[in-house]
Design a binder for this molecule. Sequence first.
Ligand SMILES: [Zn+2]
Length: 326
Amino acid sequence: MASSSSFVVAAIFSLCFLSCAFAELQRFEHAPKSDGSLSFLVVGDWGRRGDYNQSQVATQMGRIGEMLDINFVISTGDNFYENGLKDIDDKAFEDSFTNIYTAKSLQKQWYSVLGNHDYRGDVLAQLSPSLRKIDSRWLCLRSFVVNAGIAEIFFIDTTPFVELYWTNPKDHTYDWREVSSRKDYMETALKSLESALRESSAEWKIVVGHHTIRSAGHHGDTQELVDLILPLLKAYNVDFYINGHDHCLEQISDFDSPIQFLTSGAGSKAWRGDVKNNYCQLKFFYDGQGFMSLQLTQTDAQIVFYDVHGNVLHKWGMSKQLSMPK
Ligand SMILES: [Zn+2]
């Protein structure tokens, strides 16, 4: 009797432990600069072995990265075209990443999310720690948090949210290992994101995912994310939602919150002329190749978009009042 009740207690304890563990996102600490400020680059939709100006964008990232003395780089997904990585030995990893982003200033940590094209290969290969033995800059996980002092950055794997990839994959095969069922995956991902946002006391809260929430580009808004993720961003005062997926650079303001939607999906092939011109709240749109930088101090944010030549296309800044000491 005693042994069976202690078994029950142990089982309840481990169930609780498991559900608590699943609701907790993996966290990484990244020290800001000595003055507490932070700067980083954002690039998306890039891995094409240098083609479609990927190499030229990389060169300019190196130059701007040096100038801003960046802390790290964020990749918004669709890391390897057309179909992700075949396996952990796929040479595309070196051909499209290691041997392209060679500038000294880019030899920093890269934080990456997966895009829909990454799901068309061996998704577990791209998530595998063995890639870090080939290139220690690489860190790609499904959902995680980077705590960088004044900013917390919440990465979320958005591909499984998009219903059409499950119901009508057309000629593509998606690697849904570890995220099936979709319903369970979404529940856990949303619960984890909400709990991390709720606990955050950072001055700047930034959420990164591959898919758009608001976009004037080819794919437009992603309804699943508008319905499920946008309410969390509003409830927990997120400052920026950063994505790729549309092969352009853009900034859109929200209708009824201070959230800025920032697209940086122009790391290689861009889609010229593919824009819905009537999108209201559109602050900036560029249909060529390029990337974005974000510089943060405790009170100020500056966003800059660059083209393939490293020219500044658009600059936008905002200030916050210092929060009262707690
Ligand atoms: Zn995509």
